[in-house]
Design a protein around this ligand. Structure first.
Ligand code: PLP
Length: 406
């Protein structure tokens, strides 16, 4: 049957991290690979109560098909919630998605024709690359800087494309504690990126799953709020990291004409998001003490991050030539190892030594790949696993280097 697959699907090999996960089944492996929030901060009681209430009071509707754009109550609760982040939107500016990945997929389907270009940071979120690969996207791709996107480089790339008679379809960024690098875009760059998108009339897609998870430094305005609803920015959000990923609920915000098309696409691909899960999110926003919840999550992750950074300092002395980011929030560290180390090869050795990470090349599109980086998730492993896992990682790197020298 393979010969009948579309040409894009013949090439498409799936989400690279998903493929790596099959190597992690051994329970003895300490995994720094997943993008998992810790189940220690899931509000299980609230979820249980909300689910029971929803089923008891409304089982006919809860178990039925529900409106494609999403539940009105949830949309209204989100509109109120976003006001606390200086974002003022109306119901026509929002669609409920079946999580962040679905939100990204809608973007790709709406804007991309084969070989259309997108401006991105290198590295960038691998799930977004997978979704855009399904549309056969091409890239203007610039190495991310310590304070976010290389905007001058992006502009040069856009000009270059314009000279070839083409225009990028959108700019995709994760400004807050980027997955995978942990880097946060500075306020100056948020303004500059918005100016760039306005200058060339290129929509700016701001993917923000981690905004609430800031452990230090100053809270920065979202690019969406800086745009003041002028219609240049599309915001992507998910409940995965602030509530729990199992629920698969998120939302996209943007201009009404974009949201309307998203709704048409959603109707054609997944139809509706489960009402039960939406009701749980509504209860989370309306009935839960959000400040207390975020405070608890932030305290929990701050401790983990600091502990992880200490373990890295202890196990990777400077003469090893290994560097890592010190993120202000989110769930990830980005580690650079010396050029002679190929982290894809290192991954297989690490698995044998019962420790895992994500090789960094999966966060680069084909043609731009670098093989001396890795993404480390610090939020999921226990403290004991962090101590032992970082030790194992360091010895794997040392042994790999020694083997290369022979
Ligand atoms: C930047 C970014 N966008 C989107 C997603 C997808 O989120 P979800 O789990 O809600 O599909 C993730 C998940 O890791 C992410 O890091």
């Amino acid at each position: 049957m393979k010969s009948l697959f579309t040409s894009i699907m013949k090439k498409f090999e799936g989400y690279a991290i998903g493929i790596m996960m099959k190597y992690l089944k051994d329970p003895e492996i300490i995994s720094f690979a997943g993008g998992l929030p810790s189940s220690d901060v899931f509000p299980v009681d609230l979820i249980q109560k909300a689910a029971e209430k929803s089923l008891k009071e409304n089982s006919d509707h809860v178990l039925q098909y529900s409106p494609i754009p999403g539940e009105k109550e949830l949309m209204q609760a989100i509109i109120e919630y976003l006001k606390t982040d200086n974002i003022k939107i109306e119901p026509e500016n929002i669609i409920i998605t079946t999580s962040g990945q679905h939100g990204i997929d809608l973007i790709g389907r709406l804007f991309l024709e084969p070989k259309d270009a997108i401006a991105i940071d290198l590295p960038t979120f691998g799930g977004a690359l997978a979704a855009f690969e399904m549309e056969d996207a091409q890239y203007i791709a610039m190495e991310i800087e310590e304070d976010g996107s290389d905007i001058k480089g992006m502009e040069a790339g856009i000009e270059n494309l314009i000279n070839q008679g083409k225009m990028p379809k959108f700019i995709y960024v994760v400004p807050d504690f980027q997955n995978p690098s942990g880097i946060t875009m500075s306020l100056e760059k948020r303004h500059a990126l918005l100016t760039l998108s306005e200058k060339y009339s290129i929509p700016l897609v701001e993917d923000s799953p981690y905004r609430e998870l800031r452990y230090r430094g100053k809270h920065l305005p979202s690019i969406y709020s800086l745009d003041r609803n002028r219609g240049n920015v599309i915001g992507l959000y998910t409940f995965s990291k602030i509530l729990c990923p199992g629920i698969r609920v998120g939302f996209n915000i943007g201009p009404p004409e974009v949201i309307e098309k998203f709704t048409f696409i959603k109707g054609a691909n997944i139809l509706n998001t489960p009402k039960l899960n939406q009701d749980i999110c509504t209860a989370f926003l309306r009935e839960y003490d959000l400040d207390a919840h975020f405070k608890k999550a932030v305290a929990y992750y701050t401790e983990k991050l600091n502990f992880f950074l200490e373990a890295m300092e202890e196990n990777f002395p400077s003469d090893m030539g290994v560097n890592w980011t010190k993120p202000e929030g989110g769930l990830f560290l980005w580690v650079k190892v010396p050029e002679e180390i190929n982290t894809l090869e290192l991954f297989y050795t690490a698995i044998e030594e019962k420790v895992a990470f994500v090789p960094g090349h999966v966060f680069y599109p084909e043609g731009y790949r670098k093989y001396n980086t890795m993404r480390i998730n610090f939020s999921f492993p226990t403290m004991e696993e962090i101590v032992e896992g970082v030790k194992r990682l360091s010895s794997v790197v040392k042994r790999y280097k020694a083997k290369k020298k022979k």
